[in-house]
Ligand binder design. Structure first.
Ligand SMILES: [Mn+2]
Length: 347
């Protein structure tokens, strides 16, 4: 990692120092904590930063994002926990990508710092913490790296940084903070802004939880809403065809990944797909999970329906993937998997 840290340092040196650095981050606990680490460390290192979270249905490599980025007056771009593609999001702009998902391409014109292929695979938050050590003192920000590890990894035992954070801040407070920080992006409003605001100013997980900052109450309300939606989603029975178990949901909350995750443990030999028709109007969002046996990236590539956009379908990890499909493509997808009219969605 020392070599990667130096590359990060050198890439930043090529950013225009007269203009702010824009950090794009994913809205889950790992993306939020990565964004907070990057912003806080860069500011300590004397750079101005702007942050932009990508929310529901947004993608770095979309046409909408390209025009938004072109309108920005920035000195460099950092993309955290949002995937990796061969083409840079803003051609011509000095860019660093930090990520740990299976790369859908490797950029030539940007620096990619990827955790993919390392064992154990570091989260983006850990990559961000390692790299920013090259530009500022970040020892006190280790708890932020721990939030990303807890949020993303089922088995976090291989990370000495987590053991150190646990010692210093307590595992219960860290876990509670992760649960709270993940709530707003899952709630119907889907706005993770207050979660990031907390991470940009709190000095540890206790400050996230204590209520000393007004954002905590917003996160708690979001969590209550998600809990209620989850309770309803848990009552839906999976429909099984061959190797696939499909769980049809209709909720404005982002509960499909949690429901898929939950059924994965009970349907160990199945590809579990939880589909949500209520998350974003006009779309079917789905989360896919599997035990160790099936590589979901391969599975979804093999079953890709006509009309699926590679930017928003079948990315992520071998055991945790998913996507978003328009109704016509969704209907082709489930028909090919052997499901009948009951899983079709009106176009
Ligand atoms: Mn992540």
């Amino acid at each position: 990692m020392a070599a990667r840290r130096k590359e990060f340092h050198d890439a930043l040196a090529a950013f225009n120092p007269a203009k702010p650095i824009l950090i794009l981050g994913h809205h889950d606990a790992d993306g939020l904590s990565s964004t907070a680490i990057l912003s806080r460390a860069l500011e300590r290192g004397g750079r101005n930063t702007k942050v932009r979270l990508l929310g529901r249905g947004e993608n770095v490599w979309s046409a909408e994002m390209a025009s938004e980025l072109r309108a920005q007056d920035i000195g460099g771009l950092i993309v955290a926990d949002l995937g990796t593609r061969a083409e840079p999001p803003l051609p011509g702009m000095a860019t660093v990508l930090l990520d740990h998902h299976v790369p859908a391409g490797v950029p030539q014109a940007a620096l990619l710092i990827s955790g993919h292929g390392l064992h154990p695979t570091p989260t983006t938050s850990l990559l961000a913490w390692w790299c920013t050590g090259a530009i500022a003192e970040v020892d006190d920000l280790l708890w932020l790296a721990a939030l990303g590890i807890i949020g993303d990894m089922e088995d976090a035992s291989g990370f000495p940084e987590l053991a150190a954070a646990r010692e210093r801040w307590g595992i219960t407070a860290l876990r509670k903070a992760v649960s709270l920080l993940n709530a707003p992006r899952r709630a119907s409003a889907g706005d993770a802004g207050p979660a990031l605001a907390l991470l940009l100013k709190a000095d540890g997980p206790k400050a996230v939880l204590s209520g000393e900052y007004p954002e905590t109450a917003l996160l708690q309300a979001a969590k209550a809403e998600v809990q209620e939606a989850l309770a309803e989603g848990r009552r839906v029975a999976p429909q099984i065809r061959g190797e696939v178990a499909l769980i049809p949901l209709h909720s404005a909350c982002q509960i499909h990944p949690l429901i898929a995750q939950q059924w994965k443990g009970r349907l160990k030999d199945k590809v579990v797909i939880a589909a949500n028709t209520g998350y974003r109007p006009g779309w079917v969002h789905f989360a896919a999970r599997s035990g160790q046996s099936t590589d979901l990236i391969d599975f979804l590539r093999h079953h890709r329906p006509e009309g699926a956009d590679p930017v928003s379908y079948g990315n992520g990890h071998a055991q945790a993937s998913g996507g978003a499909l328009l109704p016509a493509a969704w209907n082709r997808f489930v028909a090919k998997l052997g499901f009948g009219a009951e899983m079709q969605v009106p176009a």
